[in-house]
Design a binder for this molecule. Structure first.
Ligand code: MG
Length: 380
């Protein structure tokens, strides 16, 4: 065996980061070592995570570090650390739009990008994939659905794949009567039936904005037309995605819902190694699938609308949803208001193509202003 894989974990105190560090421990130091870790504000958590990796460089992207061991700070400090840490693989588990530039820095450093930050692809998918091609490196998705599609896609090859099917748990309100949606509280929306994740993504699961972002992500990652990406509600979250090959057959990727499986596969790619997580016994299991109801999940349809409109609208979809969910969590917007804010923002004019990262960030900033204004006007 060669030298261990050098891994940077961004968002090391979050859900993905914590599990990435568990995978590193399970693989063992002969196979993989952490060389850089970052957190947003949780300095104590970062230092605790760093105890197992004494040589790792540390960054705090959203607060001033108090401890001298944290040598990098701020959004620029995080980017500088990624550029300089010499990682072979960068696991990007940063939450939200703040994950974009660290992804770009990872690719520019020549590292493989193990991507759990879907905003990177939603905001700047074509620019990021171009950059990866130029640098001769790969983007390996660490979202459960995209990791599943990636695994199948790699085996069949793009020419043999006709359709991608992403599954959705249906979120917290899959069975709740739609006429009671006006009374949904943030506490109810942050309880997920199958996955334990951060608050934003759990609310996005309930509204299916998360699946909307994932449809956009899949279009960018795999270079397919939006109408070739389908969504099925699958409450058991065992089948993570399917691909339909050109002969009409469906192939599924099936495991227990455990993010450590796609994380490990991204770290060891292109080889599959023994994995102690996620093994599923199918005997007695019930697997159900249904079409998502449009009235229950208006944000899913809005994502397809954003894709038809172009790259600027996809940035706007993401930014408006971030602003709206934040307003919902702080009591300034109702649950139903989230989709209304996104719809209002998408009704604006957004560029079909974004040619530079500066244009991406400008569209993001403009969409946030538009979303804040829309949220003020919506009191439902
Ligand atoms: Mg997912």
């Amino acid at each position: 065996m060669g030298a261990p894989t050098r891994v940077a974990v961004l968002g090391a105190t979050g859900s993905i980061g914590t599990q990435a560090l568990q995978v590193l421990s399970a693989l063992g130091p002969e196979r993989a070592v952490a060389v850089a870790l970052s957190a947003h504000r949780d300095e104590e958590g970062l230092l605790a995570a760093a105890r197992a990796w004494p040589g790792a460089e540390l960054a705090l992207s959203g607060a001033s570090p108090r401890d001298a061991r944290v040598a990098h700070s701020g959004a620029e400090g995080l980017v500088r650390m990624v550029e300089a840490c010499g990682a072979d693989v960068v696991v990007n588990g940063v939450a939200g739009a703040a994950g974009l530039m660290p992804s770009v820095a990872a690719i520019r450093s020549g590292a493989r990008l193990a991507l759990a930050n879907k905003e990177t692809m939603v905001m700047a998918g074509s620019l990021v994939m171009d950059e990866a091609r130029r640098r001769g490196t790969r983007v390996i998705p660490v979202d459960s659905e995209h990791a599943a599609v990636f695994a199948l896609h790699e085996r069949f090859g793009a020419d043999s794949v006709d359709e991608l099917v992403l599954t959705a748990s249906g979120g917290a309100f899959r069975e709740r009567p739609i006429d009671t949606f006006d009374s949904i509280t943030a506490a109810e929306a942050t309880r997920h039936p199958n996955w334990s994740m951060g608050a934003k993504i759990t609310i996005d699961s309930a509204t299916m904005a998360n699946k909307g972002l994932e449809v956009i992500e899949a279009v960018r990652l795999f270079g397919v037309e939006p109408e070739r990406v389908k969504v099925l509600v699958h409450p058991q979250s065992r089948v993570h995605a399917l691909v339909r090959t050109t002969d009409g057959t469906l192939y599924a990727q099936v495991s227990e819902p455990d993010m450590r499986v796609p994380i490990q596969n991204a770290l060891t790619w292109p080889t599959l190694e023994a994995c102690s997580f996620g093994r599923l016994d199918l005997a007695g299991a019930r697997l159900e699938f249904s079409e998502p109801e449009k009235a229950r999940y208006p944000l899913l349809e809005l994502a397809y609308e954003a894709l038809r409109s172009g790259e600027g609208a996809c940035v706007a979809y993401n930014a408006a949803d971030e602003v709206a969910v934040e307003a919902f969590r702080s009591g300034g917007l109702s649950y139903l208001g989230i989709a209304r804010v996104v719809e209002a923002v998408l009704a604006g004019r957004w560029p079909a193509r974004l040619a530079t990262f500066d244009e991406v960030l400008a569209a993001d900033a403009a969409a946030r202003v538009a979303a804040r204004n829309a949220a003020k006007g919506i009191h439902v």
